[in-house]
Design a protein around this ligand. Structure first.
Ligand SMILES: Cc1cc2nc3c(=O)[nH]c(=O)nc-3n(C[C@H](O)[C@H](O)[C@H](O)COP(=O)(O)OP(=O)(O)OC[C@H]3O[C@@H](n4cnc5c(N)ncnc54)[C@H](O)[C@@H]3O)c2cc1C
Ligand code: FES
Length: 280
């Protein structure tokens, strides 16, 4: 992990409120593994003490890119960055995706900016597989050409039907699993909203397959100290313990994740000495 003043090389809007920010970050970029993130200090935003986490979308030698959506005050402030400006990065952080197992078909599932977390995995994978990208409308399907250009078979789904299947991304995924899932055992790699992650995880557990899910949590420190980002992780015998998404995650295997409904249903209890999260 390095702390680096990165220089803005390029910054452009790509539609739908999404932006692509390319940075010269020679200390961090070569060390990034698929699914890792950088913690970004928002410049010229004095009241924002906390950095903001963003997946590393792409690395090219000494530069890296992030692909972000303007959702609040921090990201709105980032939109003002100009080429030549500098910005403080901490990274690479977190445990990203494992290398896809050679005996399975890698299946990527993403919603919105979740696609950014999957690009390096898609680029590095020796065996290209199938990708299912979803969003509200066509503008939420990001960088489709980049994935198809690498040889991935891309299926899209949008709620308004402006790209691909009209509906949730799990619907074309289910169709593919019914047609192909018996002959070609999938291994899932997913990043997106919680509901989508949970749905992918349920399918994997039901089918006896693995699903690696990248959890999106608010983060304070990004380095394991503040416990803002904790997630309930299954222990043996129906109990759970807090784990930090910034340190032990953000990627966990579906069987490890205890969703709140499991706890409410009494299927999982805290381990005897749970490490309680700290509110920031
Ligand atoms: C590991 C990781 C990787 C991420 N990668 C990307 C990425 O590649 N591209 C991208 O656009 N975003 C990504 N995010 C989400 C991004 O960090 C938030 O959108 C950002 O912090 C919002 O900051 P803000 O100040 O603009 O919004 P705020 O003003 O803080 O909040 C705006 C809204 O977003 C919510 N919010 C804030 N932070 C998060 C968060 N971390 N997760 C979910 N909701 C949040 C707030 O509750 C509020 O409703 C990632 C988050 C994590 C944890
Ligand atoms: S963000 Fe501080 S422990 Fe994870």
């Amino acid at each position: 992990m390095k702390l680096e003043e990165a220089r803005v090389l390029d910054h452009r809007e790509i539609g739908g409120g999404y932006r692509l920010l390319k940075l010269a970050a020679p200390a961090i970029s070569p060390a990034v593994q698929p699914g890792q993130f950088v913690h970004v200090r928002v410049p010229h935003y004095e009241t924002a003490l906390l950095r903001r986490p963003f997946s590393v979308y792409k690395t090219e030698g000494s530069s890296l890119s992030i692909l972000y959506k303007n959702v609040g005050r921090g990201t709105a402030t980032l939109t003002h960055l100009q080429p030549g400006d500098s910005i403080s990065l901490l990274g690479p952080l977190g445990h990203g995706f494992p290398e896809p197992a050679a005996e399975h078909v890698p299946v990527l599932v993403a919603g919105g900016y979740g696609m950014a977390a999957l690009y390096l995995l898609a680029r590095n994978a020796t065996q290209k597989g199938v990708a299912f990208f979803g969003g509200r409308s066509a503008q939420d399907i990001l960088c489709a050409d980049e994935f198809t250009g690498l040889g991935w078979d891309l299926h899209t789904a949008t709620e308004d039907g402006t790209s691909g299947y009209k509906g949730l991304v799990t619907e074309p995924l289910d169709a593919w699993l019914s047609a192909e899932g018996k002959d070609r055992t999938p291994e899932f790699f997913a990043c997106g909203p919680n509901g989508m992650l949970q749905a992918v995880g349920e399918r994997a557990i039901r089918g006896g397959w693995k699903a690696w899910l990248s959890m999106d949590r608010n983060m304070g420190c990004g380095v394991g100290a503040c416990l803002t980002c904790v997630q309930k992780i299954r222990q043996e015998e129906g109990s759970w313990q807090w784990k930090r998404c910034c340190k032990e995650g953000p990627v966990f295997e579906a069987r490890e994740i205890v969703w709140d409904e499991d706890v409410e249903a009494g299927n999982s209890k805290p381990a005897s000495t749970p490490n309680a999260p700290v509110k920031m």
